[in-house]
Design a protein around this ligand. Structure first.
Ligand SMILES: C[S@@+](CC[C@H](N)C(=O)[O-])C[C@H]1O[C@@H](n2cnc3c(N)ncnc32)[C@H](O)[C@@H]1O
Length: 212
């Protein structure tokens, strides 16, 4: 992860599923562009050519960060978090989770110098058609979604039957209920209390079809 806000990634290391795979299936390294910038006074961005408001993350700053972290260009996929990128969905999450290594780049303010996207990245990923203030929340979304696909992240089998999984034909999951079976007159569907696992399974599959 390359960022201007390294603190944004502190809490996620201590929470499952990330905590369960850190140090085994996953190594997470956070780099601050300011630590390796070739410019003075920690400068990382500059005014846009052609005019306009906002500051743009400089291409030489990102290249210097790669030199420091990898001794040049990374030899794996480099994903810029950008509203203009491919929208993140479960298929893309599974594709990214199969990669041996990933670099994620966050920007803030006006975003990336286009040459970062054109020459230093292999992919651009968006977490949805809206604009956030920085790439850290999108990067956290990618890391969390990818980490829970790694072996040991979740209780065995618990990610097999969830929304967008192949087992549910990429559909939405059926609803869940727990105790109490009755609360303020709101009851749990009778079938779930029946103990008849064949009928419960059929009911759940029907719910998947109707909510998807
Ligand atoms: C304020 S935004 C820049 C918006 C950009 N000027 C535009 O109009 O598309 C700053 C940074 O936040 C991140 N970002 C914001 N929204 C995002 C989204 N929906 N998906 C992924 N990254 C996003 C990107 O790293 C972006 O460069």
């Amino acid at each position: 992860m390359f960022t201007l806000v390294p603190d944004a990634f502190a809490w996620i290391r201590e929470r499952r599923p990330l905590a369960a795979v850190l140090g085994t299936e996953l190594e997470l390294r956070i780099f601050n562009y300011r630590d390796t910038t070739p410019l003075s006074a920690g400068q990382v961005d500059d005014e846009p050519y052609g005019g306009g408001l906002g500051m743009v993350l400089r291409v030489d700053v990102v290249a210097a960060a790669f030199d420091a972290a990898y001794g040049g260009m990374p030899d794996h996929r480099v994903v810029a978090l950008s509203p203009a990128g491919r929208q993140l969905d479960q298929e893309l999450v599974e594709e990214l989770a199969a990669e041996p290594a990933l670099t994620l780049l966050s920007a803030r303010f006006e975003g990336f110098d286009q040459r970062i996207l054109d020459h230093l990245c292999t992919d651009a990923v968006s977490i949805g058609p809206y604009v956030l203030s920085g790439g850290e929340i999108p990067a956290l979304a990618v890391v969390d979604a990818v980490a829970r696909r790694l072996p040991g992240a979740l209780t065995e089998g618990s990610a097999e039957l969830e929304s967008f999984s192949a087992a549910l034909d990429r559909g939405l999951e059926y609803p869940h209920y727990t105790r109490p079976s009755e609360f303020r007159g709101w009851s749990v569907p009778e079938i779930l209390l029946s103990g008849d696992h064949g009928r419960i399974d059929a009911w759940r599959r029907e719910r998947v079809r109707s909510v998807t």
